[in-house]
Design a protein around this ligand. Sequence first.
Ligand code: NAD
Length: 356
Amino acid sequence: MKICVMPGDGIGKEIVGQAVRVLMRVGEKFGIGFETEEALLGGAAIDATGSPLPEATVSMCKAADAVLLGAVGGPKWDTLDPSIRPERGLLGIRKALGLFANLRPACLFDELKHACYLRPDIVARGIDLLVVRELTGGAYFGEPKGIEKRDGEKVGFNNMIYSEHEIRRIAKVGFEAALKRRRKLCSVDKANVLDVSRLWREIVLEVARDYPEVELSHLYVDNAAMQLVRDPSQFDVIVTENLFGDILSDEASVITGSIGMLPSASLGEGNPGLFEPIHGSAPDIAGQDKANPLATILSVAMLLRYSSNDMAAPADAIEAAVQKTLSQGYRTGDIREEGCKLVGCTGMGDAVLANL
Ligand code: NAD
């Protein structure tokens, strides 16, 4: 399997370095040959080529089976024109690969329960859910949009628009993800108010006929936001449109309390998926061997799980090794607690490797 690796900026090199060690080790263990090739993205690409997304990077990503990314950005490039900032590289590669589905798990490891923002009795029921967000449609991209003068005052407007095929393909990703998990899918919309949501619900129900094994439910987005804090244990997979998904996926991840622990996947059609931690490049701790590599290591587990149906076992092995490492008391600074074994980025990688 060919993996294009893009460390990016800040802590990117450190966390991706540990994740690649884990990838190689799991390859040895399960007899899978992984070949990695490094590509430039973000600030590192600007420094080397003047562009945050060089053409060579796009070709290398397209030629790979999957893409693993660290993070991009940092103060060094903050004063550049927005059109050539590091973030442009990230948006550009998502677009070039046609990544329309964003998968964000929010999982609370037993060992990190103290970091969760919710009441202990709610936390005790556990959190292990996945938000599947549509990434390329809805109000963020719909036309017409703009600010113009009408009747002597300015009006601003966007258009939350979805076509049937856009809803159908993201619904499928939701159902397929549910099949890999506990087989429950909750579709979130606002069908009591929005026409676009009525179509959303209609198409989701249509797709559901192909997935009789999955238990489907529907929630209005306002209720979903409340249920996420009231009892997140009720959710397995949530599928929703772009704007609702943006908000709900951040809500779901912040309640776990540990930004350094959360992976993500972005999937398209006919192109490799992109796998990355949800956090940024953490310039404040870059180069100090302090970063938590677990979100990136867990992104490798997602890479295996969502790139090929045969790789559930190595993905499970990585997740189990992370769990064991936490239960042995190993912590990086961001998740430290009293009595823990404080380690750096490399030390955490070593511990996960040993457990693999
Ligand atoms: P950030 O996520 O980089 O950092 C926020 C805080 O969390 C910092 O205190 C940081 O030290 C800490 N943190 C983040 N990841 C950590 C890890 N793995 N281990 C330990 N601590 C960790 O967000 P920010 O400070 O708002 O942004 C910094 C830069 O990252 C900016 O240039 C921003 O544009 C960029 N950014 C990139 C991405 C991406 O590449 N996907 C996402 C968000 C932000």
